[in-house]
Design a protein around this ligand. Sequence first.
Ligand code: LHQ
Length: 262
Amino acid sequence: LIQIEREENIAILRLNRPQALNAFTADMMVQIRETLDALGADAGVRAILITGEGRAFCAGQDLSDPFVAPPPPGGKPKDIGHLIDHYYIPMALALRHCRVPTVCAVNGVAAGAGMSFAMGCDLVFASDAAVFVLGFNKIGLIPDAGATWLLPRLVGRAKAMEMALLGDKLSATDAELLGLVARTVQADQLFSAAKAAALRLAALPTKALVETRRLFDEAQRSDFEPALRAESRAQSQLGFAQDYSEGVNAFMQKRAPRFQDR
Ligand code: LHQ
């Protein structure tokens, strides 16, 4: 369902159901969550690169999974909320609270919750062959797995509403113009570009990067002054950490820093 590789001090998490466009199943979401937690707790891992095997990134929920099968005529409908509470939410939180930075290489189509999952990563690179589509509108659902929070913040309300209500496919080029992804890369260079970014993140002070993500998220629902105070609290903590001393000393001594205080 997923595949993990280690390279230097990064981990590569590959969604690995290419025959089903890497669509999520319940078991796969458990594996993703457990893997993100385990890699985040592993001192040898300083960044995680997430991508998909085959031509797609992820087609969202596997609609052929019995978990989401619509009821037969006259049958009792399943509670989709149960699937969301027990699988999607824990996976989305494991990603957003991961203790190391995450880079997503969107290698092909990202649909439904697959798009939400990509948007939840810290740095998102897309192949110029990738497309983004929410698709929920066509099956009578609302954008989930974090999309209602993430998408309007990334692209603004007008475009978010257009994508959610009309549900058209968005090209990678348009996704970059809108700010949905950080960068579009030629398909054959996507993996190496995303890996290079993950390795750069791995060489930086991890805690400060993860705190930056947390503060950006927290500031979305705070006023200016509370955001200033939250920055101060975080900075105060980071200022006691070894990575701060190492960074400043390395700068003053004109040498490359070696950050180890994960
Ligand atoms: C698929 C899927 C798929 C199964 C392609 N499942 N087979 C949360 C809570 C509970 C319930 C519902 O969901 C959620 C969260 C969600 O993510 S809801 C949204 C679910 N995803 C979608 O609605 C996307 C459905 N797929 C598509 O719109 C297209 O397949 C995309 C745009 C992803 C790709 O289009 P194409 O490149 O043209 O490929 P294709 O449509 O020909 O698909 C290839 C095969 O993959 C095909 O099967 P086949 O046997 O004909 O080769 C599709 O049926 C299958 N497939 N997505 N999500």
